[in-house]
Design a protein around this ligand. Structure first.
Ligand code: SF4
Length: 346
């Protein structure tokens, strides 16, 4: 009975306080999938404009599958975690080739697609397919751990308790709304650091609150120290053009256009031009997974625009907005250009 009441209160709360997000007006699995992939590790506010631009450029799964991969990368640049963009297109191609272009909505079938794990398959199948599945991410793990007073790691020892409770909740109906309601509740009320228990309609139900242990639940793994690394980068400018390099396969950020750069422990990229007149150096930091990289960039002016070697391309400085570089590279470029007195010298 208590669970039914919880389900009712949750859906009522969602009706009143749920956020109006662009993907919530859609029920097609393609749009839901796209939003779920973009939202991984990324804030809703950041995702919204990307999502809208992306859907405009690739309105359906076939258009995305057939698009040149550069175009897909270009639309993704700035969102980070670039393996998502590569998997995104692989997944679209799988849907085109193995499912005749019809995006599946069944949990088990979704799991066969590249880049779709348990969480994303649960989200899509519950929202677009009405399957009774709970989509457990960090947010839902936090709420359910607090409700149930689970102190163990919700991804390991605590998972079974949380998952079976979540599944029961989803099985009571409107699983897609249950998942989205919990997501919004996690972002508006049951916040990680300072949950707003005074506004919480579940306060009577919440074990963490009852035992005064909200700040200790959920379980937190000890933080991993960031590994510090050094990388070298180059800005080559000739005739108002910038030399960019496609990150090679097997390297970090593979497939992405960026300034040419390499780790201290790696060789410089094959085909990098000979250095010209060095006009400045600058350093920025970039973070990739749990690595913090000091990125030391030398900027050179070349007399002539040499024919670019494989994997390189000259890009007009005026056209930079068409192919935005990753943020740290943009910062380095901006510093370098500012150090020139006017653009006349380039
Ligand atoms: S009482 Fe506080 S900790 Fe418990 S669910 Fe509500 S907001 Fe979260």
């Amino acid at each position: 009975v208590q669970l039914k009441e919880l389900h009712r209160v949750l859906l009522n709360w969602y009706k009143k306080h749920g956020r109006a997000l662009p993907w919530r007006t859609r029920t097609d699995p393609y749009a839901i999938w796209l939003s779920e992939i973009m939202l991984q590790q990324t804030r809703v506010e950041t995702v919204i404009p990307y999502y809208q631009r992306f859907l405009k450029a690739f309105p359906d799964v076939i258009t995305l599958a057939d698009a040149p991969s550069d175009e897909v990368m270009k639309m993704w640049t700035g969102l980070g975690y670039y393996s998502r963009a590569r998997n995104l297109q692989k997944c679209a191609q799988s849907v085109r080739d193995s499912f005749r272009g019809v995006f599946p909505t069944e949990f088990e079938t979704l799991l066969e697609l590249p880049g779709i794990g348990d969480y994303t398959a649960s989200a899509i199948s519950s929202i677009a397919g009405s399957e009774p599945r709970i989509a457990l991410d960090g947010n839902l793990e936090r709420i359910l751990s607090r409700w149930l007073g689970v102190r163990e790691n919700p991804k390991k020892e605590g998972r079974l308790t949380i998952l079976s409770f979540g599944q029961k909740l989803a099985a009571l109906g409107s699983a897609g709304d249950v998942n989205q309601a919990l997501m919004d509740f996690a972002n508006q009320v049951c916040l990680p650091k300072h949950p707003r228990c005074d506004l919480c309609p579940f306060a009577n139900f919440c074990s963490a609150k009852a035992t005064n242990s909200v700040s200790e639940i959920p379980y937190r793994a000890p933080k991993k120290e960031k590994v510090l690394l050094l990388a070298h980068g180059r800005i080559f400018i000739a005739n108002n053009h910038l030399l960019i390099h496609r990150r090679p396969n097997g390297a970090w950020l593979a497939g992405l256009w960026d300034l040419p750069w390499w780790l201290e422990t790696e060789r410089s990229p094959k085909g990098l031009p000979k250095e010209g007149r060095r006009f400045t150096t600058c350093a920025v930091f970039r973070t990739i997974t749990h690595h913090k990289i000091r990125f030391e960039v030398e900027a050179h002016i070349l007399g002539v625009k040499t024919k670019p070697k494989d994997g390189f391309q000259w890009l007009s400085l005026a056209a930079l907005s068409d192919l935005p570089l990753p943020k740290p590279s943009e910062r380095a470029l901006e510093m370098a250009l500012n150090s020139l007195e006017g653009r006349k010298q380039i």
